[in-house]
Design a protein around this ligand. Structure first.
Ligand SMILES: Cc1cc2nc3c(=O)[nH]c(=O)nc-3n(C[C@H](O)[C@H](O)[C@H](O)COP(=O)(O)O)c2cc1C
Length: 483
């Protein structure tokens, strides 16, 4: 079929084509072909490069969906006998949901074909620095930067020498010089090449430059009768190292800890249809539960009536009244950490009506109030099952710090998170919070009380900060070692 060259495209169209082809992982030429095909078939993609990809496309698109986060790698295949292992590496990376765009050096094409690499990667393969097709959209720069990591496998002695000395006379070395991404090399060569003084110098220089290496392993070489250090790491080892760099394990400082949290208001019934409540939304307690869960803790959240969805991975016990909340808290013990963020009603109605109270000529029925159980003090003063770290919340509208300090002493807890909930602050029901962490110096029972005032933050940030403080404080302590 005849080829078509379009000159004098305006800058806007060029930018659109670049972005759209990058999004669809096609060359610009392929993208134009798809657009023309769709126009002729009468089904156009919306004219935005960031729109969702079409359901059916003439070029099969690698799927980036799934449980794991998206990741992409530019894989440079050098000209070594181990290049055949890179075909397996492509497969291993793709089964880990890592997208792979491959670059073959001229020498690599003596060992594996671009066709095989393209078939396995489901992508166009790049081989030439001076390819007008890909350089139209800054091909080598995109290959260097539109990825999360560059992997070189096999990394030949020659490629490493070029890298160490900053050469850029072919596509592979130009990408390696132009990248701002991490680079992982899987060297593969004859043991004499690996041990040669020049290679040793280059490896040292590359490591100083922050380049990472996997292998080489020791073993039999392709050359008959030769053995030693120089075999490329196995594809599965390189894929695992790639995954570790792309998806480093998330720190889980509260792994193995059981955290009990209360949140929200309580509803204290007056009769079957009426109750006494407060304005607590539960957002702060729920955010703490989510942050503790993300830090690896087993979390039990005892929540009063709120309008929030249960945080993922957290066991939630829904209650209404203070007495029900205490019951669930006691049932959830033992715990390593207990955080009482709920706004528990101090009083309940003593003479709760069994039927709906009626207006009568006798006037308003008297509402007798009695004190509710103090959940924080009850748990903080336990002798047998007291969690090693007990944290209370003090929501005050005046004399915030003084009231919070005396609450710390009165309730027997370890820390108080104090916040000003006067209507002007918008904290009750709002998304931001200004808190003060009140504790005793060095955790000593009768130590001096210290106040750590945090800047205004979202409730999620407060939660993350609090969990970080908790993680620092409880490392090494457990409910077993405390009892
Ligand atoms: C059969 C054969 C096998 C080779 N195997 C390797 C090897 O494993 N490692 C290496 O560094 N060079 C090896 N070479 C040499 C490279 O192919 C040569 O240095 C080439 O210039 C490397 O180019 P590149 O680094 O651009 O891929 C081999 C050469 C031949 C002919």
């Amino acid at each position: 079929m005849a080829s078509l060259t379009i000159r004098k495209l305006d800058e806007g169209i060029k930018t659109y084509l670049r972005l759209r082809s990058a999004r669809n992982r096609r060359s610009v030429e392929e993208e134009v072909r798809v657009i023309l095909g769709e126009l002729i078939e009468g089904r156009e993609e919306p004219l935005t490069p960031f729109a969702a990809p079409p359901a059916a496309s003439s070029t099969p698109m690698p799927q980036r969906s799934g449980a794991l986060p998206e990741a992409s790698v530019t894989l440079i295949i050098g000209g070594g006998i181990a290049a055949y292992k890179s075909l397996d590496l492509i497969r291993r990376l793709k089964e880990r949901r890592i997208e792979v765009r491959c670059v073959l050096t001229k020498a690599a094409q003596q060992f594996v074909t671009p066709l095989a690499v393209s078939a396995l990667s489901h992508e166009r393969v790049y081989t030439d620095l001076f390819d007008p097709q890909s350089e139209f959209d800054a091909g080598h720069i995109r290959l260097a930067r539109e990825c999360d990591l560059i992997v070189v496998a096999p990394a030949t002695a020659d490629l490493m020498a070029k890298m160490a000395n900053g050469h850029a006379d072919d596509l592979a070395s130009a990408i390696l010089l132009a990248t701002n991404r991490k680079v992982l090399l899987a060297p593969a060569m004859n043991p004499l090449m690996w041990n040669n003084a020049a290679t040793r110098r280059n490896v040292t220089q590359l490591q100083r430059d922050g380049v990472m290496l996997i292998g080489p392993n020791s073993g039999e070489m392709a050359e008959a009768g030769e053995a030693g250090v120089g075999r490329m790491s196995e594809a599965i080892e390189i894929a695992a190292a790639t995954e570790r760099l792309l998806r480093p394990p998330v720190p889980r400082p509260l792994a193995g800890k059981r955290v009990l949290i209360t949140a929200g208001p309580t509803h204290e019934p007056i009769d079957p249809v009426r109750y006494i409540a407060n304005r607590s939304s539960g957002k702060q307690g729920f955010a703490i539960a989510a942050a503790a869960q993300a830090a690896g803790a087993e979390v039990i959240l005892v929540s009063g009536p709120v309008d929030l969805s249960d945080p993922q991975g957290v066991m939630v016990k829904h209650v209404e009244s203070a007495r029900q909340m205490l019951e669930q808290v006691q049932a959830a013990l033992p715990a390593d950490i207990a955080i009482f963020a709920a706004a528990v009603a101090d009083w309940r109605v003593a003479n709760e009506g069994e039927q709906k109270l009626k207006k009568s000529s006798a006037g308003m029925p008297p509402l007798q109030l009695v004190e509710n159980p103090d959940i924080l003090a009850t748990i903080a003063k336990l002798t047998d099952q007291r969690p090693p770290l007990v944290i209370g919340f003090a929501a005050e509208t005046e004399h915030l710090i003084d009231n919070a300090k005396s609450k710390l002493a009165r309730k027997g807890c370890d820390w108080i998170v104090a916040n000003d909930v006067s209507p002007a602050t918008g904290v009750m029901g709002g998304d931001r919070n200004t808190v003060h962490l009140i504790s005793r110096k060095n955790g000593a029972e009768n130590g001096e009380i210290t106040v750590d005032s945090w800047p205004v933050m979202t409730k999620e940030q407060v939660a993350i900060e609090l969990v970080a403080h908790i993680a620092k404080s409880v490392t090494g302590k457990s409910r077993e070692s405390a009892s």
